[in-house]
Design a protein around this ligand. Structure first.
Ligand SMILES: Cc1ncc(COP(=O)(O)O)c(C=O)c1O
Length: 391
């Protein structure tokens, strides 16, 4: 049977192959240390869970407004304004089924077939596949490991052409943890505005920043609002991955386009989840700091242990809960040619699951998620060290 060509343009995430192999080993009773998951290992905060339960008990279980309930949209724009100095009206906000859906909707609303979409490398794989799905051309712009994978306006400028429609920036970055400096982000936004290109800022990890750095949004440059589109998510900040709530902040025309699409596809985000999200955004925020403090402790531990492995280099992640070490010292040893081979061999021999850098557009790295316990980190890093030494 022939499927539609748009489906053949996208592939199952490369991160899935490692996950499936890890599950197989686990099913055989093998103790696998899993550094793959891209989700917090904390429960959803109690006040948020209770809000969801209350919503069910109050029969808030029917259709809602397609783009989300007004109270939630107001909570989103108010919090964004309070924290970042942005200026959005409720009519400039739509609630989606998670950040991924927010990003998908933005592409669907603003990118045409044949447009170029600039995606800095390393990148979260979904950006590239959505670009392909809408039949645009992903244009990958490499950032340098020696510069901590930092993205600059200068690098982007060289990649812009009259065909460019959208520039995607994800800071802090999945997988590298790299951060775009606040002033540099402003320069990037100004460049996009001058060239009449949309800047999509994915703020999924915006609250997980280290060394006392304050969360920042490019939407604080309110004079550049016409070319900025924000994709937000509650998944990581409030450990709500399963509740599926994300949002878009943009000009009303873009929001209306997305609502129109939503009206013929998903309809409203889950009613109960919207009430839980409202509590997450407007209730106590302590849980965010608790998670961040724990990630900070783990980041230090992971970096120290990775850097102690002969041949392994690791740029310092400024945010997220990922480390992105360079393991190319293993290439040419034991038949390992790239990070896919490395990850497969590491899983098979040392029973540690990591995500190969090929999934993020670089061949010399693997992604390690430290959204897991210190005991698991200790065990897994010991195994990686021994594995490298055995090659
Ligand atoms: C960079 C990035 N953006 C967005 C998302 C979307 O997350 P969700 O759809 O759970 O909100 C993720 C999830 O892994 C991510 O890594």
């Amino acid at each position: 049977m022939n499927l539609a060509t748009r489906i053949s343009r996208i592939s199952v995430s490369k991160t899935m192959a490692v996950m499936e192999a890890a599950i197989k080993l686990r099913d055989q009773g093998i103790d696998v240390v899993d550094f793959g998951p891209g989700e917090p290992d904390f429960p959803t905060p109690e006040n948020v869970k209770q809000a969801g339960i209350r919503a069910i008990q109050a029969d808030f279980t029917k259709y809602t407004a397609i783009g989300g309930i007004k109270e939630l949209k107001k909570a989103i724009v108010d919090k964004h304004a309070r924290e970042f100095g942005s200026k959005y009206d409720v009519s400039e906000c739509v609630v989606n089924i998670g950040g991924k859906h927010a990003i998908f909707s933005i592409f669907a609303a603003v990118v045409d077939e044949g447009d170029d979409v600039i995606i800095p490398t390393p990148y979260w794989v979904t950006f590239a596949d959505i670009a392909r799905f809408v039949n645009s051309n992903p244009v990958f712009v490499p950032t340098k490991e020696s510069e901590g994978f930092r993205l600059t306006a200068e690098v982007l400028q060289r990649a812009l052409t009259p065909k460019t429609r959208l520039v995607v920036v994800n800071s802090p970055n999945n997988p590298s943890g790299a951060i775009v400096e606040d002033a540099e982000f402003g320069r990037i936004a100004r460049l996009c505005s001058e060239r009449n290109v949309y800047l999509l800022s994915d703020e999924c990890y915006s609250h997980f920043l280290y060394d006392g750095r304050k969360p920042f949004s490019v939407a604080s440059y309110t004079d550049l609002k016409s070319h900025i589109v924000i994709a937000g998510s509650l998944s990581k900040t409030y450990s709500m991955t399963g509740w599926r709530i994300g949002y878009v902040l943009a000009l009303p025309e873009i929001i209306d386009g997305i609502v129109k699409l939503q009206s013929h596809s998903t309809s409203n985000p889950t009613s109960v989840s919207q009430k839980a999200a409202l509590e997450a955004l407007s209730g106590p925020q302590e849980s965010v700091g608790v998670m961040l403090a724990e990630y900070a402790r783990r980041r230090k531990f992971v970096l120290e242990r990775l850097r102690a492995i002969p041949g392994v280099k690791c740029a310092e992640p400024g945010g997220t809960f990922y480390a992105y070490p360079n393991i190319s010292a293993a290439f040419g040893r034991g038949g390992i040619r790239d990070s896919v081979d490395f990850s497969a061999r590491l899983l098979e021999k040392a029973h540690v699951a990591v995500t190969p850098g090929e999934a993020f557009g670089t061949a010399e790295h693997v992604r390690i998620s430290y959204a897991t316990s210190m005991e698991q980190l200790d065990k897994g890093l010991k195994r990686i060290h021994e594995f490298m030494a055995s090659l």
